[in-house]
Write a protein that binds this ligand. Structure first.
Ligand SMILES: *Cc1c(COP(=O)(O)O)cnc(C)c1O
Length: 412
């Protein structure tokens, strides 16, 4: 069944936008006087202008145990159009529906697209909560700016997200571990094959109810270290959540899967050294124990431009500095190599390794296939998670679900 409405979301103003930006080759020289549109301050997102059109055919939420990540969506979507001449137009919540885009729309040709991944949680009192949404807004603004898409007022967008989540809250199962995955997406919508800054854009948000990542407890995964393909490089855009970063990761991931591995561990080769960067679409943490002193060190790669600045990563580092350092731990952001990980595994000083991201919070790693051998990541016996991974998951979920009152949890 087609859900396209009579009033399409993205095509409506495209004719007007098409005039506001010049085709490639005749762009103004930089010393030309700025046009009037650039001089006047254009409207930013204004949550008070929200127009809501509710669905006339509300869906029955799927039973909690049938939810598949990213397959089922709620009744509505949130959309805000932008044009270079008029700035951000009034936000709209409408029934979830198809976009109507001209085949020449720039996002379809040159990947003008950036996204976010965040969640809304229902706490034990039934109240709705977001987790550090300001971090997602800041990151989406950085991602958008890198591909010439417009910046926006993150606080206003968070207000709109709150309205949206409240409207579709009935899709969030009340049980612990469930949440509403929120997907903000910004695309360039100008109809042009010219390679240039989009003269129009659409910022929208859709939402998918999701169940716990580990419905029956942690499941440690096996990784394959990948060196032939590189996820990100200095001067690149690996630190931005751009769609263009993800499609090229699928074939290496399929190759790893064919050999029986759950995910790739992305390495970055420099000379003889292979630096550990990220796992799949998660940040990576390792716990080393000092051979001489027994001091434990939580380590993750630094934000050097090749690493996505994960909200979960940042939260783990902050909580570890607050709660582990007083216990005698070291918490370190530095480059580390697969050689070091392998050496620690051999010495018996590799305590645990885990991925970190919004979807799972933490994802424990059993072993890593690297240079023809399987590096054991320190899980004891058939245990599915290390001690720290379990603690960290408890800390963060405790805040997300409001068991622990914390400034990171934003009540709706
Ligand atoms: C989204 C993402 C992460 C995790 O970020 P969170 O904000 O913690 O969800 C890590 N690495 C990559 C490549 C990502 O795309």
């Amino acid at each position: 069944m087609s859900r396209t409405l009579a009033r399409p979301l993205a095509s409506l103003r495209s004719l007007r936008c098409a005039r506001t930006s010049l085709p490639l080759g005749i762009r103004k020289a930089s010393n030309a006087p700025p046009d009037a549109a650039a001089l006047k301050k254009l409207p930013d997102i204004d949550a008070s202008k929200l127009e809501i059109t509710k669905t006339t055919s509300p869906k029955e939420p799927r039973p909690a145990n049938e939810l598949i990540f990213g397959r089922n969506f709620t009744d509505h979507m949130l959309s805000i159009e932008w044009t270079a001449s008029d700035g951000w137009l009034p936000p709209r919540i409408t029934p979830y529906q198809n976009l109507s885009l001209d085949p020449a729309t720039c996002v379809l040709h040159y990947a003008f697209e950036a996204f976010e991944g965040m969640k809304a949680y229902k706490d034990s009192t039934g109240a709705l909560r977001l987790f550090r949404p300001d971090k997602n807004m800041a990151r989406l603004n950085r991602s958008a700016a890198r591909i010439a898409l417009p910046a926006f007022d993150g606080a206003q967008f968070i207000e709109l997200i709150k309205r949206f989540v409240a409207l579709d809250a009935r899709f969030i199962p009340a049980q612990r571990g469930y949440s509403l995955y929120l997907r903000p997406n910004i695309i360039g919508t100008q109809r042009t094959l010219g390679v240039g800054p989009p003269g129009s854009a659409l910022l929208y948000l859709i939402a998918s109810p999701v169940g716990p990542y580990y419905p029956s407890g942690f499941k440690a995964v096996s990784l394959e270290a990948t060196t032939e393909s590189v996820r990100a490089w200095p001067g690149g855009v690996g630190d931005k959540k751009l769609g263009a970063n993800y499609a090229p990761g699928i074939v290496p991931q399929m190759e790893a899967a064919r050999r029986g591995f759950a995910q790739n561990l992305w390495l970055f080769k420099e000379g003889e050294e292979e630096y550990v960067t990220e796992v799949g679409t998660m940040n990576l943490f390792a716990v080393f124990k000092d051979k001489a002193t027994g001091q434990k060190e939580l380590i993750t790669a630094p934000l050097d431009g090749t690493i996505l600045d994960g909200v979960t990563r940042d939260s783990i580092l902050a909580l570890a500095r607050e709660r582990l350092v007083p216990e005698g731990w070291k918490v370190t952001e530095r480059r580390f190599t697969m050689n070091e990980v392998n050496q620690a595994a051999t010495d018996g000083t590799l305590e645990e390794v885990f991925g970190a991201g919004t979807a799972a919070v933490v994802s424990p790693v059993r072993n890593i296939s690297w240079r023809g051998k399987l590096v054991d990541c320190g899980l004891k016996g058939d245990s599915e998670a290390g001690e720290l991974a379990q603690r960290v998951k408890g800390w963060i979920e405790g805040i997300q679900y409001g068991d622990e009152e914390h400034p990171w949890s934003v009540k709706i």
